[in-house]
Design a protein around this ligand. Sequence first.
Ligand code: NI
Length: 388
Amino acid sequence: MPVKNRLAELLPEIVEWRRDLHANPEIRFDTHRTAALVADRLRAFGCDEVTTGIGQTGVVGVIRGKQNSSGRVVGLRADMDALPIHEATGLAHASTVPGAMHACGHDGHTAMLLGAAKYLAETRNFDGTVVVIFQPDEEGGGGAIAMCEDGVMERWGVQEVYGMHNMPGLPVGSFAIRPGPILAAVDSFEIVVTGRGGHGAIPHQAVDTTLAASQVVTALQSVVSRNVDPLKNAVLSVCSFRTDTDAFNVIPDSVVLKGTVRTLDADVRDLVEARLAGVATATAQAFGAEAGVTYRRMVAPSVNAEENTEFAASVAEAVAGSVVRDMPPMMAGEDFAFMLEKRPGAYIMVGNGDSAMVHHPAYDFNDDAIPAGCSWFAELVERRMPAA
Ligand code: NI
């Protein structure tokens, strides 16, 4: 693929950063080493401002163009956190931290945005301001919102914001995007089914919570198939079923069900939340038990703004020679959604080639995607805010 490589001479250095980050993964908000390293680099590049501690361990860098008559401020965001997974790649740069691993490629995202920042700070061939945003805790869903609550958009006057994620299965260095919802809302639920425990041989004196909870699991699958408009999308998965006993002859007092709901539209989200509670409660009652439902909205859907998406796609096309403009949305979630709620922008996928899936112990970010990813960030800035 003919990638327009804006940063060819920086590539070995960026790969080195990426592999160092990979070997030293940090989880959730505990991205102390990573944040310090990012801040040191940004200072070394000559960024006009570098601020740490935004959203606990987030880092913000400011690069002013050689002109600033446009008054435009473009935000570029990368995530820095790893996952609580034990790495199984056996690579030379594999994780040195047992039980922690960059299994989602955020090491690559951070390295690519650093590479673009170095290039932009050196060249400054744009009319306006770039704000580079490095966030912690994407995987826990708390980092973007924490940075927004610390005023990352207002404090640096960010007007539009862009993010990128690698995608296994997409040819390396190619791009895919879509306008509108690109990733789903992430909600969690917990249903506590309570009855009356008892002897497994004397069920008529008990209220069988195991049976009631099993019926709840089954009945919940009618919500997506029977209540949601068949032309719209939703996922409802019960992922945990836990009784309060592991004895073979005891009917438990209670069963706890946990699961997740993924939706793309606000109306579908409301509908699934309401039906989930209604179905769980009534089904448990039908078996003489009770269901207490806790529903938590964790992450909003990631919605790409129309104009910004077309712009981001045209930049990707310039970099990679072609771009998929109508990729199907995915039912995974991404807390960049909170930044996209605050400001218009777009989120794009860059191909990771034929690799293991993200969140798998055999996954590794593909360094061959770096030229395309870095160039997309850099090209985006120069095209959005062209210098005279
Ligand atoms: Ni990720």
